[in-house]
Design a protein around this ligand. Structure first.
Ligand code: ZN
Length: 164
């Protein structure tokens, strides 16, 4: 198990566009394992490679704690509906804000064996897919926040924030 350092707001790696992965290598397999280790250690539900300083189109997610998903070169092919809820980002520690996202998303990607996969998600998984894909474009959720960005400590205990 190896943890990587999570890059935070102000680090320019977070604002760069990531490159497609063209072949699986032992180094990329190790990166993916480290991304999972780092995400779980930080109690996140998703993590994108640029958040650990690597400009590759790779994301990992696990919104239930029992369903690890790797997506390489992911692309959203369908989305519908709407959800409004609190969102947070491991790269913007201690903050949360209200973000509007589609309630359903279908994405295509490659798995760790570079085989095509299709992932469908609603609610939190749909939100996580949208959030992580934006990291690959060098974008943070901050530009989508409606209203004030809040401190997690100010949050009403009734509202929950997931970190991605
Ligand atoms: Zn994030």
């Amino acid at each position: 198990m190896a943890l990587r350092t999570i890059r935070t707001l102000g680090d320019e790696v977070l604002s760069k566009k990531c490159k497609e992965v063209t072949e699986m290598t032992p180094r990329i397999k190790e990166l993916i394992q480290d991304m999972f280790d780092t995400m779980y250690a930080e109690y996140g539900v998703g993590l994108a490679a640029p958040q650990v300083g690597i400009l590759k189109r790779i994301i990992v997610m696990d919104v239930t704690g029992e369903d690890p998903i790797v997506m390489i070169n992911p692309r959203i092919v369908e989305s519908s509906g709407e959800q409004i809820g609190n969102e947070g980002c491991l790269s913007v520690p201690g903050k949360t804000g209200v973000v509007r996202r589609p309630n359903y998303v279908k994405a295509v990607a490659l798995n760790e064996e570079m085989q095509p996969i299709e992932i469908e998600g609603t609610e939190l998984l749909a939100r996580a897919i949208c959030h992580e894909l934006e990291h690959l474009e060098g974008k943070l959720y901050l530009e989508r926040v409606e209203g004030e960005l809040m401190n997690v400590s100010d949050e009403d205990e009734e509202t929950e924030t997931e970190f991605e």
